[in-house]
Design a protein around this ligand. Sequence first.
Ligand code: FNR
Length: 394
Amino acid sequence: MRNGTVPPRGLELSHAVNVEDVRAIANRRLPAAVSDFIDGGGEGEITLHRNRHSLDAIMFRPRALSDASTRTLATTMLGTPVSAPLALAPVGLAALAHPLGERAAALAAAGAGIVSTLSSSSCWSLEEVAEATPDAPKWFQIYVWRDRGITSDVVQRARASGYKALVVTVDVPVGARRERDLHNGFTIPPRPTWRHTGDMLGHLPWVARFGWDEMFGHGLTMGNFGGKAAVTQRMAFMERVNQRFDPGMTWDDLEWLRSLWDGPMVVKGITNERDAAEAVARGIDAVWVSNHGGRQLDGLPATIDVLPAVVDAVDGKAEVYMDGGIRRGSDIAKALARGARICMIGRPYIYGLAAKGQAGVTKVIELLKEQLDNTLALLGCASVEALDQDWLRS
Ligand code: FNR
């Protein structure tokens, strides 16, 4: 799923010109089984690829001689001013990429003036991340667990720690069959076997750093749910999800969550415009169009293709965000032109983390901002807020 020219051999982060370059650096550092866990998708990865193909197929309609000498990327998300229409999506188990994981990502987002969403499946606890970024706008993402007591406890802790919005992810009723992970025998925590020896020997700095983190740091744990003590059994990612998450979740559970949370609520994982309308009818503040980066139900449409129908169904009564395959500033411009207010990124910032921790995430955010600004200039458009369907060929 390469998106860019071939990165030169031995490329360093300071010379990276696009997300694909950062991915190449990340993949040099990570064992293949870990890269596969990050890069992989559900079943045949049709949806994963569709996200990119559909973005690539969109064509711009620029306006000549329209004075784009000054441009602004600044906008707002649920009333919070942000430096660009970009935010970090929740990515669990970020310590796989770097021991400073979610904390480093949140610091990079804070430095760049954008919102980061902490996954409830983070290795660093929500309190630790909040303490590191006290003044930054932060959102918290939750899955509904079978144990409602655990779910409500973590939601209340997020509120007490100053997270501004609650993002409820609704596209993981069960774990998906991610075939790369099944082939690799990938477990949490990872179980090195003879089969993985070559892969591990080829990535000794990662092995050393990960081993150190497992012994003395956070390790690959559920920071919000008891940390290391709670991860006593090694099991496949899918099994862990199925043991904890509730496939019986309904719209009533969303209302129950609403009763626990007095701030804005966002529903993430919507690809059906009817669900978007239902969410709005139930008072949700923002609809996040996502197919989990092609990691859950395979055979879904690309998010960029369902976005216009969702925007229509929402009819201005809530904000609409989109993620899935965003790898360039021009992708953000396309999604905004189709009606998204903000684009989220998942894998791109995890590549940054793997490449160089917080500095790597900062680099990815900077690259996307530079590219978006360049796209606006080439289009002849002065502001991200001015982007609409008229800037695209239909
Ligand atoms: C995710 N995603 C995710 N979503 C969520 O709501 N909670 C989570 O804990 C996770 N964890 C997670 C782990 C990994 C390794 C990946 C790659 C993704 C999905 C994520 O928020 C987002 O929807 C996608 O990553 C967006 O697609 P791109 O930007 O990765 O193409």
